[in-house]
Design a protein around this ligand. Structure first.
Ligand code: BDP
Length: 704
């Protein structure tokens, strides 16, 4: 062999080795590497030679090709089998709706086969992913047959992506959408994104920030949007856009955006038909109106219903919807900010068009590590109510802290509103009716970006996964979701699954402990929201921290009982009675609803102050414990991933200590009590922590 040839052979062998070893996280939870040869896998391999797709409607959309591609690639990779996918038509199964599926391990012509049934192609695609997932979960026994249908019809990712490719509250690089080169260049990443979404059942994507730019509605930009829509369509992901309410003024040449002005309504009608000509399956608009400086109908003396209905009328002929956000509040220091959305929207119940869904954040404030559920979920029976969650970790350590969010979201989904009666959980309210209304909707603010691993923190992929799984089925437990994600991403070795799942499942509570235990909220640094700033007392009152914690020499917490702001009255009588009495209010929400004395005796027998301090410490201890666990997993985890997560956990420990020390020193100026035994002495004095200023933080494009 010539020297050149030999060098080439050696080089390519080295390259192949590097590829096999380094895991850059790009494949997410969709890794189709060969499974070990077990009896169960041999049985799967035998069946995988033929997969039969049975649907009631015959091939009806563009998504069938995606199901076939996925099955062939998956079976080949996992089991080394060439799969023949065939189609049959079958009877309609009303309980499966448009998207549900069954998957069974069966026989055809005397040979084993997998059979996927659905009413429509979208269901077959979800069935194909479920089939591959079940094989990959690598459980000791087959979980087949599978049967599943979603309760919530619109399962959407909201991207807070700007047209200059910065991402508001994005911690994983730039925006996925390469606007400048669109529509000429269609990045293969769009397809990979859509495929990841479809693997979880996510069927919609709002491409643009709620703090919207009307430019995206101009013809040039709509052609770019249409190109992205074309890339997502084969995976059943529909495109939606955020709509800036003042667009008729900014790009339409009109003198007003008053929703009751006929010229305005007609401008929007024309705009929507223009969009539909380019994107026939366009989903509709997401609107943030009269909130945090965004324009809206109230600028013209009109109500939120007037604004939403005008847009809804423009979209209705094309089957589009309006997702109107309930995240509104004014700079009114006299009115509890957490009560304002209810006060604004509750009187409008029954006044919205049938294609409007009111999109409500999980809690009444703003995606804090812990909040009670939003009272609007129990207050508007004649309106479609959608749930908005935040996958990106704005208030939970952003791109550097481990915080698995399924337990946070489950807390909201499982909360009983007691309206109209017991058992009316938020999940049920959002579903609307068994099987879901056409308009039932759940949205997650995405944590994706151009980072190679999509989410910046390798373990934050679990949050994208968890959102999709809960959107499809809110009844799945956090433990089950964690188990699935770890197996699909890091493998099924119990020496890995057990400790990593423990880390994931305890992480949200640890973040609550070191940022704001016992129902404390709103104590984050101004602007970027990364670190602590409980002393913030300047500027707009409802954007300060002192507004929320109300610490004084007597105690701490926001009194929302009848002697305080009265916010508890927005909940059902059952809840306001339970939470209104500090003796029966869950301790995790105590400071949300009550101003409690520092010396108050807690369930543990300790004083509130001691308990409060020990919670911060326990948050720090948890992170230290994960670091030890993670170090011990070094031989079992891909080296690149191990190093990356290890470094991030070190940052998290440093930050948890910072949160603990800064917060306790500050609150100690009110409590005037010593730190209890078991709480470490702060490393610096309060002046030091108060002087920390972080600039140009990710996710905060203004840099302040
Ligand atoms: C807050 C974010 C802000 C968003 C706003 C919203 O800090 O960037 O624009 O919510 O949801 O959480 O509109």
């Amino acid at each position: 062999m010539s020297r050149l040839k030999l060098a080439l052979v050696l080089l390519s062998a080295l390259g192949a080795q590097a590829l096999a070893r380094a895991d850059d996280g790009y494949r997410l939870w969709l890794r189709y590497d060969r499974l070990p040869a077990t009896t169960l896998h041999a049985a799967y391999a035998a069946a995988a030679r033929q997969v039969i797709l049975v649907s009631a409607s015959g091939a009806d959309t563009a998504v069938d090709g995606a199901a076939t591609d996925e099955l062939c690639a998956g079976m080949k990779g996992l089991l080394g089998v060439e799969t023949r996918v065939t189609r049959e038509s079958g009877a309609a199964q009303p309980d499966l709706g448009d998207e549900g599926y069954t998957v069974s391990l069966s026989t055809r012509g005397g040979s084993p086969a997998f059979v996927v049934t659905a009413n429509r192609d979208q269901g077959l695609l979800y069935g194909a992913f479920a089939l591959l997932r079940e094989i990959r979960l690598d459980r000791p026994e087959s979980g087949f047959p599978l049967r599943s249908a979603p309760g919530i019809r619109r399962r959407i990712l909201d991207h807070w992506d700007n047209l200059n490719r910065t991402v508001e509250r994005g911690y994983a690089g730039a925006s996925l959408w390469e606007w400048f080169v669109l529509p000429d260049y269609i990045s293969p990443r769009y397809r990979d994104y859509a495929r990841a979404c479809a693997s979880l059942g996510i069927n919609g994507s709002v491409l643009t920030n709620v703090n919207a730019d009307s430019l995206v509605l101009t013809p040039e930009w709509l052609r770019k949007v249409a190109a992205i829509a074309g890339a997502l369509r084969p995976y059943g992901v529909r495109v939606y856009l955020s709509a800036r309410f003042s667009s008729p003024l900014e790009i339409g040449g009109l003198k007003t955006a008053d929703p009751l002005d006929p010229a305005v309504a007609s401008w929007w009608r024309d705009k929507v038909s223009e969009i539909h000509a380019l994107i026939p399956d366009f989903g509709g608009f997401l609107v943030k109106a009269n909130s945090e400086g965004q324009p809206g109908p109230q600028s013209y003396g009109r109500s939120h219903a007037d604004g939403a209905n005008m847009l809804a009328d423009a979209l209705a002929p094309f089957g589009g919807i309006v997702m109107w956000r309930a995240f509104v509040y004014e700079a009114d220091a006299k009115r509890d900010r957490c009560m304002q959305a209810y006060d604004e929207f509750m009187p409008l119940d029954g006044k919205f068009r049938p294609n409007v869904v009111l999109q409500i954040k999980n809690g009444p404030l703003d995606f804090q590590p812990r909040e009670p559920f939003h009272p609007l979920f129990g207050a508007m029976p004649r309106t479609s109510l959608g749930l908005e969650l935040q996958i990106t970790q704005e208030y939970l350590g952003q791109g550097t802290h481990l915080a698995f969010l399924a337990p946070l979201w489950k807390e909201t989904l499982d909360s009983d509103t007691y309206r109209p009666g017991p058992g009316s959980t938020v999940a049920r309210v959002v579903e609307g009716s068994p099987g879901g209304n056409e308009l039932s909707c759940i949205a997650g603010v995405a944590n994706t970006g151009t980072d190679r691993d999509w989410t910046g923190h390798p373990l934050a992929q679990a949050n994208w996964y968890a959102f999709g799984r809960l959107a499809w089925d809110p009844s799945v437990s956090s433990a089950r979701i964690a188990d699935e994600w770890v197996r699909l991403t890091l493998g099924s070795d119990p020496r890995v699954t057990e400790p990593v799942e423990r880390m994931l499942l305890g992480s949200r509570e640890a973040v609550v402990d070191y940022t704001g235990p016992l129902g404390l909220a709103g104590v984050f640094a101004e602007g970027h929201h990364y670190g602590p700033e409980p002393w913030l007392d300047q500027g707009r009152p409802d954007w300060t921290s002192v507004y929320y914690h109300r610490a004084d020499q007597r105690g701490i917490g926001f009194d929302r009982t009848t002697s305080g702001s009265g916010a508890l009255a927005q909940y059902s009588p059952e809840i306001s009675r339970l939470w209104g009495d500090p003796a029966t209010c869950p301790e995790d929400l105590l400071l949300w609803f009550h101003h409690a004395d520092w010396g108050r005796t807690m369930a543990s027998g300790r004083t509130l102050w001691d308990e409060f301090c020990l919670r911060y410490q326990s948050g720090v201890d948890a992170v230290r414990d994960w670091r030890r666990t993670w170090d011990s997993l070094k031989p079992l985890i891909d080296p690149e991933t191990h190093d990356h997560v290890g470094a991030l956990l070190a940052i998290q420990e440093r930050d948890a200590c910072w949160w603990r020390d800064a917060s306790l020193l500050y609150f100690q100026t009110f409590s005037r009590r010593p730190l209890p035994p078991g709480v470490e002495a702060p490393a610096h004095d309060l002046a030091y922590y108060r002087s920390i200023r972080l600039r140009w933080m990710p996710g905060n494009p203004s840099g302040k």
